[in-house]
Design a protein around this ligand. Structure first.
Ligand SMILES: Cc1cc2nc3c(=O)[nH]c(=O)nc-3n(C[C@H](O)[C@H](O)[C@H](O)COP(=O)(O)OP(=O)(O)OC[C@H]3O[C@@H](n4cnc5c(N)ncnc54)[C@H](O)[C@@H]3O)c2cc1C
Length: 477
């Protein structure tokens, strides 16, 4: 009698624990150290925050992984609980492709290793590192890898989608400098992909790896020696927009690969500004010669040209103050569009920019042209999955808002502007995800799309890893 009561009690206990675990399992951390954040957890709100404040997804759980074993366990957790997976490193996806309502977010931001090889020619970077931490660590050895300028962006998230920054025309994109990718695939297998082992997967992950083929836990990059650079910034009155744009394109098309140059049109607090800035690996004298046509446009331009260490330049562009870099999310919401240019923007296109930035209602918007060319284009069209190798520049536009009531107006501005300017370029940058983009498959990946689909079929035949703009194929198993 006693025995059957015990059995009954024990079975109820098991049932309760299993229901509790299925429902609230996210409250529990596993023995291995995998941290599972559930909606009931105190940290849940913080763990849901994304850089773009408009992303308000509420995942079923955020699984904080510190190593490959945790990632395997997290994948199993998602399968056992029947949850879709999203892969996340440093939360900068413009459209929040690294999170989703009711998904299991596999977060690898705690994988912080940065290991320089004995000969210092390569560095293995864990998926949790942001741009700033990698730059700082490498600078101790007077080394660098080409990365973007925003300090908080994830190095892995950046590199697997391309990675453009101030050193890219000289050193290539971040993805061009990858020598090995370590990932956990859909079956929980650890794969090390490089040009010899799994070369097709390696090719695909260098330029089209974002949330597509597996959870990347580290990337090994080729390093480059760095010391000093010259940085410049020129700011003109808006009335010079036509002259500046024309001369900037001339500079861009003739510039040596040592120069990375940007042109930016901004409107903030009813103030329109026009500026060009960049970084040069050479001497101040050489740079002044290259910039002469721009410097001659107007005597009232505000000009700064200065020599600094490579790390001072990183700090400058990152806007890093004494408090360092700690921001996980931005308080603002934004919508972005992007476009690649194969030739100069003609006067009619500059007129469109002028008109849109002269609309009185817009508050916090900018368009930036990043120079391409140099080593970015020299590596050749099929070097890896990044497909924009014959462009002279990319054009990115962002419209920000803080109050939800401004969202409609900013979104409308963004849509109309893109509609009017899009015919002057083609394609789009996968790292600047845009859910309103038509035929995003070819806009992001050009004629590499078909190869990517085959590689997806081979390595993820059940389309286990997916998000609204992941590589897909019809009738996935
Ligand atoms: C403020 C800001 C500045 C930026 N500056 C630049 C710049 O200068 N140059 C540039 O090229 N880009 C820039 N970007 C774009 C940036 O490169 C992409 O948003 C990049 O994907 C961010 O990576 P993340 O890890 O921070 O973001 P996440 O939101 O964590 O991830 C972004 C995408 O990558 C996937 N992903 C993340 N980690 C992994 C992983 N470990 N394995 C597989 N898939 C993964 C996600 O699923 C998602 O699709 C900027 C973005 C922002 C918001």
């Amino acid at each position: 009698m006693m025995k059957s009561r015990y059995i009954k009690f024990f079975s109820y206990l098991v049932l309760f624990v299993s229901i509790f675990t299925a429902t609230y399992g996210a409250l529990l951390d596993s023995d291995s150290g995998l941290v599972i954040i559930s909606p009931n957890s105190e940290e849940y709100k913080k763990e849901c925050a994304m850089w773009n404040a408009k992303i308000k997804a509420r995942p079923a759980a955020v699984l904080l992984c510190s190593n490959n074993e945790h990632v395997k366990e997290a994948l199993l957790w998602a399968k056992t609980h029947g949850k879709e997976v999203r892969i996340r490193s440093n939360r900068h996806s413009y459209e929040g492709l690294s999170t989703a309502d009711d998904a299991a977010v596999i977060d690898v931001s705690s994988i912080k290793l940065i290991e320089l090889s004995a000969d210092k020619k390569t560095v293995k970077v864990g998926a949790g590192n942001n741009i700033y931490s990698v730059c700082q660590e490498l600078w101790k050895h007077k080394l660098a890898i080409p990365l973007g300028s925003c300090p908080t962006v994830g190095v892995v998230g950046l590199a697997i989608g391309g990675g453009i920054g101030l050193s890219s025309r000289l050193m290539g994109l971040s993805c061009d400098n990858v020598t090995e990718i370590e990932m956990v695939d859909c079956n929980g297998n650890l794969i090390r992909a490089n040009r010899v082992d799994y070369p097709d997967l390696f090719w695909a992950c260098c330029g089209a790896g974002n949330g597509n083929f597996g959870v990347i836990t580290s990337i090994t990059f080729k390093t480059h020696p760095v010391s000093k650079v010259i940085v410049y910034n020129i700011e003109w009155q808006w009335k010079h927009i036509y002259d500046v744009s024309e001369k900037w394109f001339v500079l861009l098309k003739s510039a040596p690969k040592e120069l990375m140059t940007f042109l930016r049109f901004t409107k903030r607090n009813s103030q329109k500004t026009l500026r060009s800035f960049g970084q040069f690996f050479g001497t101040e004298k050489e740079l002044r010669i290259l910039l002469k046509p721009l410097l001659e446009i107007s005597s009232d331009a505000i000009v700064t040209i200065e020599e600094c260490s490579y790390m001072q330049s990183v700090n400058k562009w990152a806007g890093v103050g004494p408090e360092g870099v700690s921001v996980i999310s931005n308080a603002k919401s934004f919508k972005a569009t992007s476009l690649y240019l194969k030739d100069d923007l003609p006067k009619e296109a500059i007129r469109i920019i002028d008109d849109y930035y002269s609309q009185p209602a817009i508050k916090d918007n900018f368009t930036v042209l990043d120079s391409y060319g140099g080593v970015i284009n020299e590596v050749g069209k099929d070097f890896n999955a990044f497909s924009h190798r014959d462009c002279i520049a990319s054009m990115q536009t962002l419209a920000y808002w803080e109050d939800d009531e401004d969202a409609g107006q900013q979104l409308e501005w963004s849509r109309n502007y893109y509609k009017d300017i899009a015919s002057y370029g083609e394609g789009a940058y996968a790292n600047y995800s845009d859910l309103e983009l038509e035929d995003w498959e070819h806009a992001y990946y050009g004629d590499h799309w078909e190869a990517l689909v085959s590689i997806k079929k081979k390595y993820d035949p059940e389309n286990f890893f997916h998000h609204p703009q992941s590589v897909f194929f019809l009738n996935a198993v």
